[in-house]
Design a protein around this ligand. Structure first.
Ligand SMILES: Nc1nc2c(ncn2[C@@H]2O[C@H](COP(=O)(O)OP(=O)(O)OP(=O)(O)O)[C@@H](O)[C@H]2O)c(=O)[nH]1
Ligand SMILES: [Mg+2]
Length: 367
């Protein structure tokens, strides 16, 4: 028998191992015909704690065994980290499948960015027809009915949900089923094994999967508690910086960006879009260099505790960004150039994936 929350096989012998449930609980839940959850899922649901050893992930090299389960795939993408969760290699792998692309968590997007812009942008980024793209918020249940209608129209009605960890695959199935059955959490790695969920009303079967593991998103370099802390819950914050003189901008402690200023009317204007718990701090470049280590993990979050900068590997790039261009920083947010060109010097954690892209929206003016 499998845990209804994360898919592991249940066992009543080893409390520290996956799938554990006390025998008495297993018996009473089975007798009352209620969904049965392992102790880990119970604790996650009710107390929000996750033992770090009990997480599930899929290695990209093992993706085939999941794709062999069915021809219909729903790829779930996190709009907060589009480039980090819709990677070229995953998109390529899904080319031979009937794939629906769900861009999830759109409730996080600032209101200045319109739905049409998002659709157009997703279509160009994914290079697929817009009829296959769905903008969804599993949390607010928006966009769910259109998706359900389209899935119901398919001949083959078993759908495999795939995507990186934490993009909201399990939340999406819960939203599609209008119930709260599968365990979801802010921790990447919540779903441990595949889980089949049958929707009687629409005669559809969903297969939830553990997330594909990544190693270049911000969360991958942080302990669980800090990963949880920087996961956005509310609308993303927009910080606008007008660089009339040289400025250094920290996005958390892991990205220091120095913009070459211009005292004239063409000074570069940058918008930094990030989660409510990530610090964005602007200062003069000399102070930034002097104080970085002291501020790292105190004023500048993430990290969530003071650490020594030197214990991390760093990388440097410099680039010229033009009006409308953006730089996606996997799992931390993105930077959008409202007025360019902007000469930028960036020092960042070398494990972070930075992707230059054509703007998610044009040079938007945020309020
Ligand atoms: N703001 C927002 N958060 C969401 C949405 N959907 C999911 N989340 C949050 O994203 C986090 C991860 O959700 P899960 O459904 O557990 O994600 P998952 O892809 O199944 O993750 P794994 O099982 O770890 O691979 C949770 O904190 C959810 O509350 C959404 O539409 N909007
Ligand atoms: Mg899950």
């Amino acid at each position: 028998m499998k845990c209804a929350g994360c898919g592991v096989a249940l066992q009543t012998v080893e409390p520290d191992l996956e799938g554990y449930i006390p025998e008495s609980v297993l018996i009473s839940r089975t007798e009352s015909k209620e969904p049965v959850y392992c102790q880990r899922c119970f604790k996650l649901k009710h107390y929000g704690v996750l033992p770090s050893k009990l997480t599930g992930k899929i290695d990209f090299k093992d993706i085939k065994q999941y794709l062999d389960l069915t021809d219909n795939v729903i790829l779930v993408i996190d709009v907060f980290d589009f480039n980090g969760t819709a990677t070229k290699e995953v998109i390529e792998k899904l080319k031979s499948k009937r794939t629906h692309y769900v861009v999830n968590k759109i409730d996080l997007i600032p209101q200045e960015i319109s739905r049409n812009e998002l659709i157009k942008w997703s279509k160009e980024s994914l290079n697929v027809d817009s009829s296959k793209i769905y903008l969804v918020s599993s949390k607010k249940r928006s966009g769910i009915n259109r998706l359900l209608k389209r899935l119901s129209d398919e001949k083959e009605k078993t759908f495999l949900l795939m995507g990186m960890t934490n993009v909201g695959k399990s939340s999406l199935i819960n939203a599609l089923k209008s119930e709260d059955r599968i365990t979801v959490s802010e921790y990447p790695g919540t779903t441990m094994k595949t889980l089949k969920i049958y929707d009687e009303k629409h005669d559809i079967t969903f297969i939830d999967t553990p997330g594909l593991s990544t190693n270049n998103r911000m969360t991958d370099s942080l302990p669980l508690e800090c990963q949880k802390k920087i996961t956005p819950r509310k609308k993303l914050k927009v910080y606008t910086i007008n660089a009339k003189k040289n400025r250094s901008i920290f996005i958390g402690g892991f990205v220091k960006l120095t913009v070459k200023g211009d005292s004239g009317a063409n000074s570069p204007i940058l918008n930094i879009i990030t989660s409510e718990n990530t610090t964005v701090h602007e200062t003069d470049p000399e102070k930034a260099t002097k104080k970085w280590n002291e501020w790292f993990g105190t004023l500048l979050v993430p990290p969530c505790q003071n650490r020594n900068l030197e214990q991390y590997p760093w990388k440097k790039i410099d680039d010229e960004l033009f009006t409308g261009e953006e730089l996606n920083i996997s799992g931390l947010g993105w930077l959008s150039v409202a007025r360019g060109p902007a000469r930028v010097y960036i020092r960042f954690l070398s494990d972070l994936k930075l992707t230059k892209r054509q703007g998610l929206v044009g040079p938007t003016t945020f309020k």
